[in-house]
Ligand binder design. Structure first.
Ligand code: ADP
Ligand code: MG
Length: 238
């Protein structure tokens, strides 16, 4: 399958006052279109930093990052922001829906930012996406009127707004109870089965084992990178 993400010898260093901390050391990594990659590892070891580089939220200090054919390390902020809106859906631990907007308006925002579709079609698409995540009756509600699981499903609908090939999620079930986490994870699995590439940081070993590949990050390095048994079993059945 086609190579969607490529990192070559990537370093990330933060400087705070007099101290310099290298958070990612010489990361080289390839992720193919259609993979479901779980990223695990202890807190403070560079997982979110790695995701922020993949989405162009942050810049590498050294090395090359190519995602969906774009060389992110060569783009400026404005180019990155355009690229991100068109090519990546991002899901956060604390949902980050805009509190004063209805679910429908939250899902419309990324489409309005791009206006690739006429307004009428954007509305239809937003309703369709909320339907897809099981929130067809809640489209007029504000995020605060919903449960955590429902808010996260709305955030996933928003991430799908511009139909990105890549969905990146940073501990998306970290703030949910176990049953709700399972529901949200099942939705990610379904999206992967429908062809989306997923890169997800999680602390939940059980969920990580359901992805197709597990990457362990320790002290800013790739400590382990292996297909899970799910992926091996899938391979055998072909
Ligand atoms: P994880 O997601 O694995 O918990 P992070 O990638 O958030 O880890 O953080 C890795 C390290 O980088 C931590 O020590 C954190 O304090 C530091 N760090 C993260 N973001 C910044 C930043 N913007 N400025 C300075 N240090 C940061
Ligand atoms: Mg983190």
């Amino acid at each position: 399958m086609a190579n969607l993400i490529q990192l070559n010898n990537v370093y990330k260093t933060y400087t705070l006052g007099q101290t310099t901390q290298t958070v990612l050391h010489d990361i080289s990594l390839t992720i193919d279109a259609g993979e479901f990659v779980a990223i695990v590892g202890p807190s403070g070891n560079g997982k979110s930093t790695l995701l922020n580089l993949l989405t162009g939220i942050d810049h590498p200090c050294q090395g090359e990052i190519t995602v969906s054919g774009s060389h992110l390390h060569r783009l400026n902020e404005e180019q990155l922001s355009k690229w991100r809106g068109a090519n990546v859906g991002i899901v956060f631990q604390f949902f980050q829906l805009l509190p004063s907007l209805s679910l429908l308006q939250n899902v419309l925002l990324p489409m309005d930012f791009f206006s690739k579709l006429p307004k009428r079609e954007r509305l239809e698409r937003a309703r369709h996406l909320l339907d897809l995540v099981g929130l067809s009756d809640q489209w007029q509600q504000l995020p605060s009127q919903l449960s955590g699981g429902q808010q996260q499903r709305a955030a996933i609908a928003r991430a799908l707004a511009n139909d990105p090939q890549l969905i990146v999620a940073d501990e998306p079930t970290g703030n949910l109870d176990a049953a709700t986490a399972d529901d949200v994870f099942a939705l990610f699995l379904r999206l992967n089965q429908q062809g989306k590439t997923l890169v997800m940081v999680t602390h939940n070993d059980e969920l990580a084992a359901s992805a197709s590949r597990k990457i362990v990050i320790r002290s800013g390095r790739i400590h382990e990178d292996q297909p899970t048994s799910v992926s091996k079993n899938a391979g055998q059945s072909h």
